[in-house]
Ligand binder design. Structure first.
Ligand code: GCB
Length: 602
């Protein structure tokens, strides 16, 4: 019996969303929107909570806009009944009752547009939707997306109408064991359209994206260009770098271009973050980027930037704001960079998922080095092939989005995952995928200690360029003797970065006896860490956990109050704890011990 015959059929159909899964935006279909003319769709949308996914079951998206007084049968939904909600935004902060909402909600907005002209494609571009999205334009399912922190593109050409259009996006942030991240993590589960949405008009055959980098091992004299077209067709483009007086043909075969170019650009570094304007011309379009060229590689246990020894001193940071949740704005990013500089840092780890696209762009300008990662966090369903496909896709989207960012030197493929066979296969596959998509960066993961041998030892290490080590000696484990023992006991054959270490302190809790959760305790913690780490040459960096306190429902003591308090600055992003100066001193010691007395950078 069909819906038309039985008005209650939807009550019994638990496979209501199965047909949608076939149409998903992926890294392959991602278009780089930067610098392209776009109709922004940010602003006030209407939001309706939908914990039962009734909108999919009852097909709210297919309903017309007849006003209620003209309905012939009752309905459960009208879009004007939704509450005004900003995009970008997280629903959690709309009103106190929504703080802990996890589930589906519908974002709806109406906009005026012209239909696609002949030879034109119209694309809908989403900066991110946490965690899953299903997108409908004028009742047509354009596609869905999995993964809450990466961008995606959907083709709206056929569904767009001249005049009034109704765009509906179901966003859903349920925590599930098979997702990436899975249901258990130490940050706040914000939901919503937390980055920009825009409509792009491009030629039917357009360049989806291009990446241009300094080819590693080319003696700084060769660039590599990879670009892809929207269709499997041949074509011709032109690459222009005005500052180098450079211009070359770019031949596309079956929609792909892969080219080595003789060119010796000025090198980008924290001390001299020089960016060049780059143009890729194709048909009537010009894609513009500002790109820094640099080489990052390892040699034994050292990390070399443009052939010179690098010591990474910095902090991890979450995207979390008291007022806006996961949304970052430019002022927030400027502040993050300023705080990093004040600490004497040259490095940030963007934990534990892809951050706003502007972060890496602004770090390119500022000369701050970055570790960017995907949320393969803790006990991921490593034996689930769909989970691997999801993780691989999120990695692909991150790399596709940020391939031109000089500041990103490390791709992180996971965080604190137990060393099992399934995890090894899963994460080795991710490391391979990262290298294949982007040979111009290093691959890393935040690893655990091998407790049996008490060494920095992980079977994944052979697939990594740099071993990240999360250790909390002096906090979760008493005293620093364990750390000294671990470091002395280990002899890694590649560089190690302490990818996390930190101690909680509630801002304002001062006590000279330095009890747990006091500012003094956090400060002495960094003194103890510095004393142990400075002597160990294979430790080439430190990313302290972390810059700012952040919301986490795992943290429920009175001292924590629903926040992870390991920030050296409180959640107001202003109040420095004693740990701030102690961490700056720790960086000085690490650098001095390695003969780098001054932070790089301007
Ligand atoms: C870790 C995790 C990080 C946590 C941190 C902590 O090892 O990687 O996400 O927030 O410890 O504070 O315990």
């Amino acid at each position: 019996m069909t819906d038309a015959e039985d008005p209650f059929a939807h009550l019994h159909d638990e496979r209501y969303d199965a047909p949608l899964a076939a149409r998903r935006a992926t890294a392959a279909t991602l278009v780089n929107a930067h610098g392209r003319a776009a109709l922004p769709l940010d602003g006030i949308w209407r939001l309706t909570l939908d914990p039962f996914e009734e909108g999919l079951r009852q097909r709210w998206y297919a309903a017309d806009d007849t006003p209620p007084e003209a309905w012939d049968t009752p309905r459960d939904w009208e879009w004007e009944a939704g509450e005004p909600a900003p995009v970008p935004g997280c629903w959690n902060l709309l009103r106190p009752e929504l703080l802990h909402y996890e589930g589906a909600a519908w974002y709806v907005r109406v906009f005026e547009a012209e239909a696609a002209a002949p030879g034109e494609a119209v694309l809908l571009q989403f900066g991110a939707a946490a965690q899953r999205a299903e997108v409908f334009l004028n009742g047509v399912h354009l596609g869905g997306h999995l993964g809450g922190s990466t961008p995606f593109t959907l083709d709206a050409t056929a569904a767009l109408r001249a005049g009034r259009n109704r765009l509906m996006v179901m966003v859903e942030n349920a925590r599930r064991p098979e997702r990436v991240p899975m249901h258990h993590f130490d940050w706040f589960n914000y939901g919503g359209l937390h980055r920009s949405v825009a409509l792009l008009r491009v030629p039917r055959l357009h360049v989806r994206r291009f990446a241009l980098w300094l080819e590693p091992g080319s003696d700084f004299r060769r660039l590599r260009l990879r670009a892809s077209l929207s269709h499997d067709e041949d074509g011709r483009g032109r690459l222009v770098i005005p500052a180098l007086g450079f211009s070359a043909d770019v031949p596309f075969e079956h929609g792909e271009a892969d080219l080595l170019i003789e060119a010796a650009p000025p090198l980008w570094s924290p001390a001299s973050p020089v960016l060049l304007d780059v143009e890729l011309h194709h048909a009537c379009e010009v894609l513009r980027e500002r790109i820094g060229f640099r080489e990052i590689r390892t040699e034994g246990t050292r990390i070399l930037l443009n052939g010179e020894d690098l010591v990474l001193c910095g902090a991890c940071v979450h995207e979390d704001d008291l007022a806006t949740g996961r949304c970052s704005d430019e002022a927030d990013i400027v502040r993050r960079i300023a705080h990093a500089r004040e600490l004497g840092a040259n490095f940030l780890r963007l934990a534990h998922y892809p951050h706003d696209e502007r972060v890496a762009r602004m770090c390119d300008e500022a000369g701050i080095l970055l570790w960017a990662e995907i949320p393969v966090y803790w006990a991921i369903a490593f034996d689930n092939t769909a989970t691997l496909a999801d993780a691989r896709n999120q990695l692909g989207e991150l790399i596709a989005r940020d391939a031109n960012r000089a500041s990103i030197i490390l791709w992180g493929v996971g965080n604190e995952n137990a060393d099992t066979d399934a995890r090894l296969a899963f994460m080795a596959a991710l490391a391979r995928a990262a290298r294949e998509a982007d040979p111009s960066r290093l691959v890393t993961a935040a690893c655990l200690i091998n407790r049996a041998t008490f060494r920095i030892e992980d079977r994944l290490a052979e697939h990594l360029d740099v071993i990240g080590l999360n250790e909390y000696f002096g906090w979760y484990e008493q005293g620093f003797q364990g750390l000294q023992r671990l470091l002395a006991n280990s002899s890694p054959d590649r560089p190690v970065i302490v990818s996390e270490t930190g101690a909680d302190a509630r801002a304002g809790h001062r006590d000279p006896a330095a009890p747990l959760f006091s500012e003094e305790r956090q400060a002495t913690f960094y003194e103890g860490q510095a004393a142990a780490l400075e002597r160990v040459p294979y430790v080439r960096g430190l990313a302290a956990w972390l810059l700012y306190d952040f919301r986490s429902l795992r943290r429920q003591t009175r001292a924590q109050g629903g926040f992870n308090r390991k920030g050296v600055i409180a959640e107001d992003k202003r109040t420095r704890k004693l740990g701030f100066a102690a961490l700056a001193a720790c960086f000085r010691r690490l650098r001095e011990a390695r003969g780098h007395p001054r932070p790089e950078g301007r």
